[in-house]
Ligand binder design. Structure first.
Ligand code: 5GP
Ligand code: ZN
Length: 113
């Protein structure tokens, strides 16, 4: 069995609150949201970070971004949204399975900088 936590989330062997899934990707709620509605989008296949993604994999993943952003916009009615993606520990990557953060933004007091 894989030791990667996001592979286990993709496989469903550890629980998560999934909000979108297709052949290539899964999106689920971040367990420690920096703002309300914080979501992570991952490829189902294990890729450590952006350096390991093929153009096709990156394309399959990012093609979901408008749909996901609109779903979050309708559900949480934020005033804005940040997309963020960390590569390597010095850049803040803590889980070494590629993930893109979708961070709904509310106002200057929403807690995220
Ligand atoms: P990074 O710093 O690697 O870009 O972000 C990792 C993110 O994964 C963090 O926002 C963290 O809260 C989230 N995370 C870590 N472990 C889990 C988990 O087991 N389940 C979920 N849903 N999110 C996780
Ligand atoms: Zn993985």
């Amino acid at each position: 069995m894989t030791s990667c936590i996001f592979c286990q989330i993709a496989e469903g062997t550890i629980p998560s609150e999934k909000i979108y899934e297709d052949e290539h990707v899964v999106a689920f709620m971040d367990v420690m949201p920096v703002t309300e509605g914080h979501v992570l989008l991952i490829p189902k296949n294990h890729r450590e970070n952006l350096y390991e993604m093929t153009e096709e994999e990156a394309s399959n993943l990012f093609s979901v971004a408008p749909k996901l952003a609109n779903l979050l916009k309708e559900t949480f009615t934020p005033a804005g949204m940040n997309l963020l993606q960390n590569n390597g520990a010095p850049a803040g990557q803590a889980v070494f399975h590629f993930h893109m953060h979708f961070i709904p933004r509310y106002d200057e007091t929403d807690g995220f900088r």
